[in-house]
Design a protein around this ligand. Structure first.
Ligand SMILES: Nc1ncnc2c1ncn2[C@@H]1O[C@H](COP(=O)(O)OP(=O)(O)OP(=O)(O)O)[C@@H](O)[C@H]1O
Length: 362
């Protein structure tokens, strides 16, 4: 049995369904991110696990214990929310020690645990400072230390890095992952930032309108998105209408004047003669001289991104976005003709109709 488990958990606010029959199993020590656009039910899910919001239906278990109706303060979970409200009149050490005092731990043990927690987040030297004397990233680390010091079975993080600027955020993502690996605390993080979810998580739970649409390792979500929405929400994708030909282990596709086969995860999702979406990531496409690729096109726009060039090309099959590494060679000009090509294994086919949205997890 998994460590943290949600079974058919739903949440209604009046007639609004915030979370619909959600199933999720998190293993001990795992780092799982809930990823999705604003309003898809991520925070509500976390609040139900934390015990701050009652579930409308369903069951939540932790280490084999049904905690669905347990009061928040009896769940013993570590929680770091977006506004990581430290006590401004307390030193860093006192802020971190607070939860241990509430648990009436002896003074010597408190001091030792606070020392260890601050060392973990590299703030040993700042123990006697006040929150106002810290940078945003340091304050964030105090909040993390405060959550970790109680040695919670599960750490819940709600957009913990969203107040930080881009560079600090990236550094903290790296640190967060390192700390989590070191301590081994089972962690569930809410984020709407796909690159954050991908870079820190063992598995990503993609949510849309209260429904879980995919649960997979980050690379799998990126390389094998299950729906049109996921393929564009997680990274960028070229999506072109195609017609399904013969369906077997590989599926025949007609795209513009081209006919070719695509390997698919589940051939049963496709039927001959139906429409489907052909998908390939912009960075998987290559530009070649005319006549030397799969189809010829014309450059409509180009953008210099520093390490890459972004091109928009028009072809008979539709418009394409292509990302090419800036290898120092001369770029293509607007109006220039070029052929588009892609390796077979980078092509994906998505059913025209979205597959069953809810992922039932074993
Ligand atoms: N207390 C509440 N009362 C009524 N509706 C609510 C309440 N809290 C959330 N909702 C609604 O439930 C849905 C899910 O909200 P939730 O905050 O879980 O989304 P989210 O994915 O965390 O969004 P964000 O990324 O913007 O924080 C939304 O439609 C929201 O308006």
């Amino acid at each position: 049995m998994s460590f943290l488990s949600l079974r058919d958990v739903s949440k209604f606010y009046g007639s609004t369904c915030a979370v619909s029959a959600m199933n999720l199993s998190v293993e001990q020590g795992e780092f799982v991110s809930l990823l999705g656009p604003s309003g898809c039910g991520k925070t509500t899910t976390l609040q139900m696990v934390a015990g701050f919001e009652p579930v409308s239906s369903g069951t939540i278990t932790l280490a084999g214990r049904d905690i669905t109706q347990a009061k928040a303060n009896t769940r013993g979970l570590g929680i770091v929310f977006q506004s990581y409200a430290l006590f401004p009149h307390m030193t860093v050490a006192d802020n971190v020690s607070f939860g241990l005092e509430m648990r009436r731990l002896p003074r010597a043990e408190r001091q030792e645990r606070v020392r260890k927690a601050l060392s973990l987040v590299h703030l040993d030297a700042h123990a006697q400072r006040y929150p106002r004397e810290l940078s945003g990233g340091q304050r964030q680390r105090v909040a993390l230390a405060r959550a970790l010091v109680i040695e919670p079975p599960v750490l819940l993080l709600d957009e913990p890095l969203s107040n930080l600027d881009a560079k600090l955020r990236e550094e903290m993502q790296f640190e967060l992952r390192q700390i989590q690996r070191k301590v081994g605390t089972t962690t569930v993080m809410v984020t709407h930032d796909q690159s954050e979810a991908m870079s820190v998580s063992d598995r990503v739970v993609v949510m849309q309108a209260g429904v879980v649409t995919q649960v997979d390792e980050p690379q799998r979500v990126y390389e094998h998105p299950r729906t049109r929405f996921i393929s564009t929400f997680v990274g960028k994708a070229n999506l072109l209408d195609a017609r399904v030909g013969e369906v077997g282990a590989r599926v025949g596709v007609a795209l513009g004047g081209l006919r070719f086969d695509v390997a698919v995860d589940n051939p049963a999702d496709f039927s001959s003669g139906a429409t489907a979406l052909f998908s390939v990531r912009p960075e998987k496409l290559q530009l070649r001289p005319c006549g030397q690729g799969r189809m010829d096109g014309e450059v409509q726009e180009r953008f210099f991104l520093g390490s890459q060039w972004l091109y928009r090309l028009s072809t008979d099959a539709g418009d394409w976005t292509v990302l090419c590494p800036n290898d120092g060679r001369e770029s293509l000009a607007v109006g220039e003709a070029a052929a588009i090509d892609w390796p077979d294994h980078c092509a994906r086919l998505l059913p025209g109709e979205a597959p069953a949205a809810q992922e039932a997890l074993a």
